[in-house]
Design a protein around this ligand. Structure first.
Ligand code: NAD
Ligand code: TYD
Length: 361
């Protein structure tokens, strides 16, 4: 039975990936999820699978060398899927240091421990071992407002935010391990994800949550920044395909082929909420464009991201499958069915974050 070590599995993409993997492979795999449970990690995301005999949760920080080495010593890990990171650009602008700690130093610890466990005396690696480093398209910087410009795997790195700089640094470390030691790894760089379990500091869940509560919908700058939205389950499938069929040492860009301006996203969410809420729901009356509020722009705000996922389509046969209209309906439906989840994650620390982040905007 193959054993996966997933880092950051209690977060948004990691928990969706774990669900996807158990749905696909059932009892044929074992997953060990290592997560420090920061504000972004939530074991509620994995409640339905926590009692599976082939699932184990370990609360540990990826910067903790001893804790990570112990997991490798006690288990024959076949695959590492490395999601754990500080992931929010706005937070990185306020407090860059923890991004360097987790994203750079934490990745170095993961690489070192995997290398120590997998390396043979002659410097080669045990058969079948693989490390997948999950990264972002933000490492490539910002594209102009030109619909023919895309990020490719060959696009030079040009990160701007402390978040993307820390992810770029972690990618470079993985590349260095591949080049220096022939360490068996792949890197994936994907576009903005959306879907169930996304923490409401990110645009889509924040807008859904605020609209349902009749709160202002904060639009940074002119609202015309473009992101390329990818449904999270399509991303989980791509990650699995890269592990199954990807060529070692290669990078694959994963994108939704779904570029939209932020203001378009907000309008689609408002329309979809109007369509989905029954007339009897009192919230329906206040959900309209009057909630849209233009606020001060993000510092160094990247203008446009757009991935050309040509390589992964050509080499592995992966394509995004979920149209945005369908994906946003599924996402809103999930939030309707998980109001308690939203209440829990938005109480306490999140309230304070929200006040700090938006009080001057
Ligand atoms: P997230 O913030 O929702 O989850 C991150 C998880 O990592 C949380 O469970 C958190 O508790 C855990 N974590 C944080 N620091 C840790 C540490 N020091 N040790 C152990 N665990 C720690 O993030 P996400 O949106 O699920 O993103 C997952 C990965 O995908 C990240 O590497 C991110 O850079 C990348 N990515 C995300 C997006 C996106 O749109 N969300 C897009 C491209 C790439
Ligand atoms: P975000 O979800 O933070 O993802 P990223 O910055 O990694 O792309 O933001 C997506 C876009 O939405 C980005 O252009 C910033 C913008 N945005 C707003 O306009 N208002 C908000 O309240 C947030 C959180 C983001």
């Amino acid at each position: 039975m193959r054993t996966y070590l997933v880092t950051g599995g209690a977060g948004f993409i990691g928990s969706n990936y774990i669900h996807y993997m158990f749905k696909k492979y059932g009892d044929d795999i074992r997953i060990i999820n290592v997560d420090a449970l920061t504000y972004a990690g939530n074991l509620e995301n994995l409640k339905d699978i926590e009692n599976r005999p082939n699932y184990t949760f370990v609360k540990a920080n990826i910067c903790d060398k001893e804790a990570i080495a112990k997991i490798f010593a006690e288990n024959d890990i076949d695959r590492v899927v490395h999601f754990a990171a500080e992931s929010h650009v706005d937070r990185s602008i306020k407090n860059p240091e923890v991004f360097v700690q987790t994203n750079v130093l934490g990745t170095a610890v993961m690489l070192n421990c995997a290398k120590a466990s997998w390396e043979l005396p002659d410097g080669s690696f045990k058969e079948g071992k693989k490390f997948l480093h999950v990264s972002t398209d933000e490492v490539y910087g910002s594209l102009p407002d030109d619909e023919n410009a895309f990020f490719y795997e060959t696009t030079p790195y040009d990160p701007h935010s402390p978040y993307s700089a820390s992810k770029a640094s972690s990618d470079m470390l993985v590349k260095a391990y591949m080049d220096t030691y022939k360490f068996p790894a792949n890197i994936t760089n994907c576009s903005n994800n959306y879907g169930p379990y996304q923490f409401p500091e990110k645009l889509i869940p924040l807008i859904i949550n605020n609209a349902l509560q009749g709160k202002k919908l904060p639009v940074y700058g002119d609202g015309k920044n473009v992101r390329d939205w990818l449904y999270v389950e399509d991303h989980a499938k791509a990650i699995d395909m890269v592990q199954e069929k990807g060529k070692l040492f290669e990078t694959y860009n994963i994108g939704g082929h779904n570029e939209k301006q932020n203001i378009e996203i907000i309008n689609i969410i408002l329309e979809t909420l109007q369509e989905m809420l029954p007339d009897s729901d009192p919230r329906k009356a206040h959900i309209n464009q009057d909630l849209i509020t233009y606020v001060e722009d993000r510092k160094g705000h990247d203008r446009r991201y757009a991935i050309a996922p040509d390589k992964i389509k050509r080499d592995l046969g992966w394509e995004p499958e979920t149209y945005f209209k369908e994906g946003i309906k599924k996402t809103i439906c999930w939030f309707f069915e998980h109001e308690d989840w939203m209440k829990n994650v938005t109480s306490g620390d999140y309230q304070k974050y929200y006040e700090d982040m938006y009080s001057n905007r």
